[in-house]
Design a protein around this ligand. Structure first.
Ligand code: PEP
Ligand code: MG
Length: 758
């Protein structure tokens, strides 16, 4: 069963349209459990009705037409109870509802299982049989398992699109007005054109793309085909004396398959419809694989692997001949299954306006960088139809997490005006640049910026930052193909220290591991966030740590605005070990004749154990800074990158507020300053509570700084304290958010928490 299940899931995820996926499911499930009917009903949430969307065994003409209220029939019952129902004689059940149009009168046995995604009911899958019998436990478990897998696949299906012609199984093109729902990654509204980012050498990841110069595309494909044939021929020659003749004959089969009259001709006929060669190749190869995987003969089934291999070979030649840099439109929106930090960096300056990613969540590092760049972002859209979005016009609403595909004029107009209001808001906020971050009753707080991109420096100063509260040093490490040398690092660090002097710059020592891998220093771990990351890794590699510290110290000569901060400190002993190494590096640099002063050394509080050890840490460190992104992840046991649990990740949970209070009291008790440099400080709703908790500094992306200053200046400290007190009586993050949102709307700050000012 597991094999069949895997095969179905694989097939479903490789197709391009929800219609095709649904049809595969009903066909395969019906034959897997040797039953007579399998059908999928999807819930039309607006009308609270289930619509029959695919069937094998009921009347095909009823697809898209038959719908039943969620309050009636067995399908309704499965949906309402949100659990499977297994009946040996369905017509005898009191909830059975007879629908003559679907032709189910002959069926007695029935199992229905709900299809649910992130607690939301999406539909019901039903299996039926004429014989009166109870499906056995294994069959029921199979249906439930398939239904659970389907949730993710069908979560973003647009019912209206499916209903246009539900019996048409050709790949569905997403058109006019589809809305994809994800997780807000970076606020703001972006309108632009999609550029799909996809991993090379992965046939399934190739997007559809329309190509105007068909002749050139055919020529291009023919040369890739010839190059792949040459590869196979060379391989065949090399192995002629090594392989037995019957095995060697396979190469002839390969060469025949690649012949321009067979596979080649099929690809060319699709190119002639306007599709680019890579997309046409994907379609043809996948079609053959699908057919081969369906046959019973195990020898023929194995040939699917050959097709995959050939497809990959031709694709590698097609991709090798393409310019690696795509044509970025003026308003580029990057779309992909997983967008990397380097993909953002590759877009020419000024062209990137939005990011849409199937993977990841609000606090993924890509989302953090996008926020730093002021680029509207939506993360974690499950079932994102990446391959269909190339060149499409998109609207990214980073406030709500919605993405509009090829929007209507009305929607476009609405968002153009919201984007304009956003711009006006930022322009008005520019007036706050030189004013203090001070409440109406005189309480001041320092506002600094987080950076990791040198290009941020100018922007940060233009918003009036009082320094850098967090410099993420890993970026210069990530973009190279080896560790940067001491001198390379010194030059980069000095640029930043100089740009901000005399304002302080807090440089964090290398914090890789978790979701930040160095391409030249990679390792596999089952639980990377609980693994070798941050200070743990650099203490194990003093040669890397010492070089970095030496570079920081030498960069600070004559400027004296450097502070050093340690990430992921779990135990006091780690702090002591790191301090010893830093002192060693300092003495070395002094001995080399550099005139440096020992910089203050800070500890990041990112791990729950550090919260409980705050007094001891604060006694030894010169300052404390809370990394709330990781701290929330570890206190709540919610992976900050995982969109499935994104709704559980909220730094405003009372448990986090209590931890923050403990940290601030502990640090102040030892007479040390405490800042917060996680994304929480950029969140206008959280900022007011952080002020009340007593943080001395909030450090955030430069694009958020003036917005946060506005919040601080619109409230009184007494009001903030009262809001904190009331928040601590509440039991959930959402209740706290409601309370603060209300206070913000009343203060005229609604424009900070949603698109548009009014
Ligand atoms: C944090 O964890 O809050 C933090 C600032 O560090 P990073 O996001 O780089 O892990
Ligand atoms: Mg962190």
């Amino acid at each position: 069963m597991l094999k069949i299940l895997r095969r179905i899931v694989q097939e479903v995820s490789s197709v391009n349209s929800a219609k095709e996926a649904l049809q595969i499911i009903v066909e395969r499930v019906r034959s897997a459990i040797e039953t007579q009917a399998c059908s999928v009903f999807l819930l039309d949430r607006d009308n609270q009705r289930f619509i029959l969307m695919a069937t094998e065994g009921l009347r095909n003409e009823a697809v898209g037409k038959i719908n039943v209220s969620i309050n009636e029939g067995l399908v309704g019952l499965v949906g309402r109870r949100e659990e499977p129902i297994n009946l040996s004689d369905a017509p005898k059940h009191p909830d059975f509802l007879y629908h003559p149009e679907i032709g189910e009168e002959r069926y007695r046995a029935f199992i229905g299982a709900p299809i649910i995604h992130q607690r939301q009911l999406i539909g019901v899958i039903v299996v039926q049989q004429e014989q009166q019998r109870r499906y056995d436990e294994a069959e029921e478990a199979f249906i439930v398992t398939i239904a659970a897998q389907l949730g993710g696949v069908l979560a973003n299906v647009n019912l209206a699109d499916l209903l246009t012609d539900p019996t048409d199984l050709r790949p569905l093109t997403i058109t006019g007005g589809a809305v994809l729902i994800g997780i807000p990654g970076s606020q703001g509204v972006a309108i632009g054109n999609a550029v799909v980012v996809y991993p090379l050498a992965d046939l399934d990841a190739v997007p559809d793309k329309i190509q105007n110069d068909i002749d050139q595309e055919i020529e291009f494909f023919n040369s890739a085909l010839a190059a792949a044939s040459e590869d196979i021929y060379a391989l065949s020659e090399r192995l002629v004396n090594i392989l037995p003749p019957e095995e060697h004959a396979l190469f002839d089969v390969y060469l025949k398959m690649l012949d321009s009259n067979s596979l080649g001709a099929e690809v060319i006929s699709i190119i002639k419809t306007g599709q680019w060669a890579q997309g046409a190749l994907r379609r043809v190869i996948n079609q053959h694989i699908k057919q081969l995987e369906e046959v019973d003969d195990p020898y023929l089934r194995e040939r699917a692997v050959d097709f995959k291999d050939l497809g990959r070979r031709v694709l590698s030649h097609l991709q090798a001949g393409r310019p690696a840099i795509p044509d970025y439109p003026e308003q580029t929106i990057l779309v992909g299954d997983e967008i990397t930090a380097s993909a953002l960096a590759e877009v020419p300056e000024g062209k990137l306006v939005g990011v849409v990613s199937a993977e990841g969540s609000h606090n993924s590092h890509v989302a953090i960088i996008a926020r730093a760049m002021g680029v509207s972002t939506v993360m974690g859209i499950s079932g994102l139809p990446v391959s269909q979005l190339e060149d499409k016009e998109l609207i990214v609403d980073g406030y709500s997490g919605h993405v509009y595909v090829s929007p209507s004029d009305v929607i476009r107009k609405k968002f153009i005006s919201l984007a304009k209001e956003d711009r006006e808001l930022d322009e008005n906020l520019a007036e706050l640049r030189d004013l203090p971050a001070e409440t109406v009753d005189g309480q001041q707080i320092k506002l600094m910026i987080n950076t990791g991109l040198i290009a941020d420096a100018g922007n940060a100063l233009s918003v009036g930052a009082q320094g850098v509260g967090l410099y993420r040093t890993e970026v210069p490490f990530i973009i190279r193909d080896r560790f940067p040398s001491e001198e390379e690092q010194r030059v980069i660090y000095r640029q930043l220290l100089k740009a901000f002097a005399p304002r302080p710059v807090v440089m964090r020592t290398l914090d890789v591991g978790g979701d930040k891998a160095l391409p030249y220093f990679s390792f596999e771990e089952d639980n990377p966030f609980l693994g070798w990351r941050g200070l743990r890794l650099t203490l194990d590699h003093p040669e890397v740590f010492l070089v970095q510290i030496r570079a920081m110290l030498r960069a600070s000569v004559g400027l004296d605005n450097l502070k050093i901060m340690l990430p992921m400190v779990t135990h006091v002993s780690e702090f002591c070990d790191a301090k010893r190494l830093i002192e060693r590096a300092y003495n070395e640099v002094l001995e080399e004749g550099e005139d440096v002063t020992m910089p203050p050394l800070g500890v990041m509080i990112e791990v729950p154990s550090a919260v409980y050890e705050i007094k001891r840490l604060a006694k030894r460190a010169d300052f404390i800074s809370v990394g709330s992104n990781d701290l929330a992840q570890y206190i709540l046991a919610v992976d900050r990158n995982n969109s499935r649990v994104a709704s559980l990740y909220d730094a405003l949970y009372p448990a986090i507020l209590h931890a923050l209070i403990q940290v601030v009291e502990g640090a102040h008790g030892e007479g040390k300053m405490v800042s917060i440099c996680g994304e929480m400080a950029s969140d206008p709703m959280a900022a007011i509570l952080l002020l009340a908790i007593g943080f001395d500094t909030l450090s955030m992306s430069s694009t958020s700084l003036l917005r946060i200053k506005w919040v601080i200046r619109m409230f009184s400290y007494a009001q903030a304290k009262a809001l904190l007190e009331e928040s601590l009586t509440l039991e959930s993050a959402s209740a706290i958010r409601q309370l603060i949102a209300h206070a913000m709307e009343k203060a005229g700050l609604g424009g900070l928490i949603r698109a548009g000012r009014y």
